[in-house]
Design a protein around this ligand. Sequence first.
Ligand SMILES: NC(=O)CC[C@H](N)C(=O)O
Length: 356
Amino acid sequence: MSDAYLALEDGRVFEARGRVPGRTRGELVFTTAYTGYEESLTDPSYEEQVLTFSYPLIGNYGVRTERFESERVHPRAAIAREFTEEVVEWLDSESVPAIDHLDTREVVTSVRDQGAMKCGIAVGDDVTPEDAKAELKKCKGMSEHVDIGKQVSTAEPKFFAGDDGGSDATVALVDCGAKGSITSSLTARGADVHLLPYDASVDMVEETGADVLFISNGPGDPENFEQAQALVEAFTGELPIAGICLGQQVVANAFGGSTEKMMFGHRGVNQPVFDLDTEQVVMTTQNHGYTVADPGELEVTQVNVNDDTAEGLEHGKMNVLTRQYHPEANPGPHDSLGFFDDVLTLASGTEVPLAD
Ligand SMILES: NC(=O)CC[C@H](N)C(=O)O
């Protein structure tokens, strides 16, 4: 008998070693990142998911709060071939179930072949495969988490002053589950940041006196972020608009486009992105399960080299600039940090809009 079971939607049940006890469920996804486990585990976009690391040893350089992207662990459970004691202690302190000593290659290939799927996990001295299956039965699909923004967003507006020098722009950053390094990437360049709740009103944005409306990354289905979409619609033509990951998806939906669920998504730190204008490739860090299927009125300016999905969108006349990947680059690679400079240039109004 084992002390940990993972039940998959396809009917398979894996035995594992229990590292942190508990019972839970979520959408089973994997990341191929070989570094950045602290950043991944604290990335709010993993809310309601169970994260499998394909890299076999997780925790080999310790756990440091300076590398956290938010105040807590977001995946409902964590899976690796081997977790170090330090990571286990951290996950235990947050009551996040964890399992290891299973064949994660098999888990990853199941998800790769059949797509992201629901799963249930049961960890503890007296658990049975039936307990994991009972969790699986209770698991909702990602799109069914209609108010997932509330689980991850700031409840009240927060202000972060920009460092001395650099841009004097003011950014209204709509927190749909923002990674901390998006805020710090902006303040490091001198911008003041007003972090606003995911359901902020038009008045709240106006009160900040913002020079740019910026929609953050976030978990779940972008179609469930209706208020963020309404803000983009309200400020189109009034303010420059930027977005990262879920932000790009929300902006595309606001411009008459559409989003769709991918088979298993992009999660890793070596996703190649081709810029159609410069004809250069940048390596990017990513974490998404949805993609822009139709960019609507926006122009696709960057594409994923592996599968051609939209990685960058723009609207020259309306001053819109978005990225599907994570230019804040935590844990890296750092190829795409210039995105923040481009957004702040738009915000300062020095960018000349493209002609019709
Ligand atoms: N990192 C993100 O913002 C993810 C966006 C969205 N939740 C997706 O899975 O595609």
